[in-house]
Write a protein that binds this ligand. Structure first.
Ligand code: GAP
Length: 447
């Protein structure tokens, strides 16, 4: 059995594989890139879509969860009510010598741009930095042709607010009753002072958020339930249990809206990092929107005839961070005895390409049979046809892309109409009737 060597993993290897195989490219690369922004390539966009689909299905197949898709630009009052105009800030310092900018609370983690071996905290200790000042992370732009203060709007820094302002619309149109949830997947933007670690901290990213509305007093119970459910989601996608942990927010570090909060963290090559937050946001947001909009955010409980503003349990995952977690966790280098193979052990439901069809040689009717199988399976699955190079090289290319199955059409196929199916992780091969290949894959990929 091949040995996996995941422990000496460094992020550079994954970033380089992701670029080479078309998962992730630097944004606007031909112009030198744009800091904190990344593009998803042909394999990446499939993987990201599969991650989001898994999340969406997990949520919306529940009868008390509805989805929405709110606009990115919202009325500027939303961000006053939410507290973002006032509180969504990070402390920033400038170096008086090299003019670099840093987050004042992360100086241990970043290096001086002039001397990459020197932590920025040393420069601070030597008095090179300005006093810290608060920097608001929201991107500002203008609506309409006049660029004055009355036209300012923000690119949303979280998707949550689009749900709060629509909560009464959703109740009225869907006739949901408490407890129920509203979900949304969409882009969020933060003008981070320091971006870092590839997709981990970027300026443009995607969130997958759920806001679950509950009766006050039942919030602790629902908080606990969602905390467990969200951890299970990552486990069900095959993320290694020992690489996941909860981190509870200390009371004095809680966000301005939160009564309790846990992060789900993953152990990346650079250390533990948050991938999802589960927050008890109380009735803070709805109360503030009621105050600022003058519209009632109360819920009328038909059963008890009570009126109240619901409490909200939020689960907030980064789609981009989940994508990165899944890639990092799947990446393995294995010694097969003959060579080191690089393989992405992606959960089959997440794999961008499900099956590769490989005619052993380009003659003796093998390409025709292979094409027929390819045309048949790609009605159901994303498939890839590859007839170039040795079969060993073709298998390696698919291993790197995370393709769970390879189907090879060889000389035995011509005699008994069977093909070889090779499974990515075990590299085990079995012979399957070529007419039954679609059914075989449907069965295997159901997992
Ligand atoms: N609505 C609550 C909220 O936005 P958050 O902890 O600020 O909470 C939630 O963000 C998730 O969004 C994080 O766990 C992370 O996965 C993702 N996220 C936040 N900032 C990010 C950034 N700059 N780059 C990539 N993902 C980010």
């Amino acid at each position: 059995m091949a040995q996996s060597t995941k422990s000496d993993l460094n992020l550079d290897k994954i970033v380089s594989l992701a670029k080479r195989r078309g998962f992730v490219f630097q944004s606007s690369e031909i112009y030198g890139g744009l800091n904190g922004c990344w593009d998803y390539g042909p394999l990446g966009v499939e993987l990201l879509r599969n991650v989001k689909d898994e999340w969406w299905k997990k949520m919306t197949l529940q009868e008390n969860i509805e989805g929405i898709d709110a606009s990115i630009l919202m009325h500027p009052k939303v961000w006053e009510a939410s507290g973002h105009v006032e509180n969504f800030t990070d402390p920033m310092v400038d170096c008086k010598e090299c003019k670099a900018r840093f987050r004042a609370d992360q100086l241990e983690d970043v290096m001086c741009p002039r001397n990459p071996n020197r932590p920025a905290i040393r420069c601070q200790q030597e008095g090179k930095f300005t006093e810290a000042r608060q920097f608001n992370l929201m991107f500002k732009t203008f609506i309409g042709p006049v660029e004055d203060s009355s036209a300012v709007v923000y690119l949303r820094p979280e998707t949550a607010q689009g749900i709060y302002v629509n909560y009464q619309n959703v109740i009225a149109s869907s006739r949901q009753k408490l407890p129920f949830g509203i979900v949304q997947i969409g882009k969020a933007f933060r003008n981070e002072i320091n971006t870092k670690n590839w997709l981990f901290r970027t300026r443009e990213f995607e969130q997958m958020e759920m806001q679950f509305f509950v009766k006050p007093g039942t919030d602790d119970e629902w908080f606990e339930r969602w905390r467990q459910e969200r951890m299970q989601w990552f486990l069900d996608l095959g993320i290694r249990k020992e690489k996941l942990q909860f981190q509870r927010h200390e009371k004095h570090k809680l966000a301005h809206y939160a009564k309790d909060a846990y992060d789900i963290e993953y152990e990346f090559p650079f250390g533990w990092g948050e991938i999802e937050g589960i927050h008890n946001r109380t009735n803070f947001d709805l109360t503030r929107h009621q105050q600022y909009s003058g519209k009632s955010m109360e819920y009328f409980d038909d059963a008890t005839k009570e009126k109240y503003i619901p409490y909200i349990i939020e689960t907030s995952a980064g789609a981009s961070r989940s994508f990165m977690t899944i890639l990092v966790d799947a990446y393995a280098e294995e010694d097969t005895g003959k060579e080191i193979r690089t393989v992405l052990k992606l959960h089959p439901r997440l794999a961008p390409v499900k099956v590769a069809i490989l005619p052993l040689v380009n003659r003796e009717n093998m390409p025709d049979i292979a094409r027929n199988i390819f045309n048949d399976v790609r009605k159901d699955f994303r498939a890839f046809y590859d007839d170039a190079g040795s079969i060993g090289r073709r298998y390696r290319r698919q291993d790197e892309a995370g393709t769970p199955y390879c189907v090879t059409i060889d000389s035995q196929t011509l005699q008994d109409q069977t093909v070889t199916v090779r499974e990515r992780d075990s590299m085990q091969q079995e012979r399957v009737s070529s007419s039954g290949i679609l059914k075989y894959l449907q069965e295997k990929l159901k997992r």
